[in-house]
Write a protein that binds this ligand. Structure first.
Ligand SMILES: Cc1ncc(COP(=O)(O)O)c(C=O)c1O
Length: 374
């Protein structure tokens, strides 16, 4: 949305700047894929575009098995059902609501382990402390693409015979010690929603290490159907369609450009805002995918003041993640996560997307510099 506004008597062009803006790849290329879909006459149900995208993504990400699905929320739900998760699962209170709500929807009780207030990921010691005889799984999140302490989570899970499902919705193409972080745990789930670094309009994926489980996940996303005569599992409909897969194929061709632009913006924020606000502590063993730029303020009052000042300039950062998930009214038993609640009250994610231009970014930085005095 572009419009004019008077500033000191001068008409200038102002653009609303949101926390993110969907990346739309080359239209001509997308049209070519649409033509192919029309020629095939195959628009959903495990079609050729989905096959092509699964193959290309597996190679691009460096993973063995990938199953594409309709969105990141069902990816989590299919992961729980593929691994027969029941009872109590330990998860983070600092995430998008789908991490927790997908558990509750599937009759699994979320038990929260508080975050490390620096990395914003679940603290391994807190995971260890939360384990009881009823615990069946750990559901960590690589928050804002910052890799979890995967080795210690692995150790804890092995010791207590727990399944691990990483909600890797933010961790597209993140590497841990040179290899895809998506290979850790039993399953990693991804979201390919329009706002994500890589998207398929709506979409998601499961990265599954065990080959035998891939077959099961594929039945589960297709009503539990194996073939015309056999329905071995209770399933649902979680399929990705051909138009979504075609969008993914177009996006993959442009990832280098997307990543380069994001990296420049990320590094500019980091340099300009250093010593003014606090940043998420990055896991030194992982690469960054520059998908989010969270800043942590001193307290909620300062956060809301800054948000208001930015909004006044038509800049709309988001309070990701707010509220802390341990405050959800449908959580039983009731829990109180000190660090998650504290961080939730004083964090803002700044606008970060490839089309954000330097002038716009400098406008954002200027407001922050003016409003935050340290
Ligand atoms: C951490 C996390 N998990 C799960 C999801 C759900 O993904 P989707 O919107 O594709 O259903 C999101 C979406 O933003 C997310 O950020």
């Amino acid at each position: 949305m572009e419009f004019l506004r008077v500033l000191s008597g001068i008409w200038i062009s102002m653009k609303m700047i949101n926390v993110t803006k969907t990346y739309l790849p080359n239209k001509e290329k997308y049209k070519q894929y649409i033509d192919e879909i029309y020629n095939n006459g195959w628009i959903t149900n495990n079609g050729p575009m989905v096959h092509k995208l699964e193959k290309r993504l597996a190679k691009y990400l460096g993973v063995k098995n990938i199953v594409l699905v309709a969105n990141g929320t069902v990816a989590l739900e299919i992961a729980y059902r593929t691994l027969d998760i029941k009872g109590y699962a330990i998860t983070t209170p600092f995430s998008f609501v789908a991490t927790t709500s997908s558990l509750v929807t599937n009759g699994i009780k979320p038990i929260f382990a508080d975050i490390n207030p620096n990395t914003l990921n679940m603290d391994s010691q807190n995971i260890q402390n939360a384990i009881t005889k009823n615990t069946t799984a750990i559901i960590p999140v690589h928050v804002f693409g910052n890799g979890c302490d995967v080795e210690s989570i692995d150790r804890i899970a092995k010791k207590h015979k727990l399944k691990v499902i990483y909600d890797a919705a933010h961790a597209f193409d993140v590497k841990y010690k040179g290899k895809s972080i998506l290979n850790y745990g039993d399953i990693s789930s991804l979201s390919f929603h329009a706002t994500k670094l890589f998207h398929t309009i709506e979409g998601g994926a499961l990265i599954i290490n065990n080959d035998n489980l891939v077959k099961k996940a594929r039945y589960l996303i297709n009503f539990g159907i194996e073939n015309a005569e056999s329905i071995p599992e209770l399933g649902t409909n979680a399929k990705m369609n051909e138009f979504e897969a075609a969008m993914g194929l177009c996006m993959l061709d442009e990832m280098e450009n997307i990543s380069t632009k994001r990296k420049i913006l990320y590094e500019t924020y980091k340099k300009e805002l250093n010593n003014i606000v606090s940043f998420q502590e990055e896991n030194k063993n992982t690469t960054l995918n520059h998908s989010y730029f969270p800043i942590i303020l001193e307290d909620e009052k300062q956060t809301l003041k800054l948000q208001k000042a930015l909004n006044k300039e038509d800049i709309f950062p988001r309070r990701y993640f707010y509220p802390s998930l341990d405050t959800l009214n449908y959580i039983e038993p009731k829990q109180f996560m000190k660090h998650s609640r504290d961080i939730s009250s004083r964090i803002l994610c700044l606008p970060l997307y490839p089309e954000l231009i330097k002038n716009e970014q400098m406008r954002i930085i200027d407001v922050i510099k003016k409003k935050v005095n340290r």
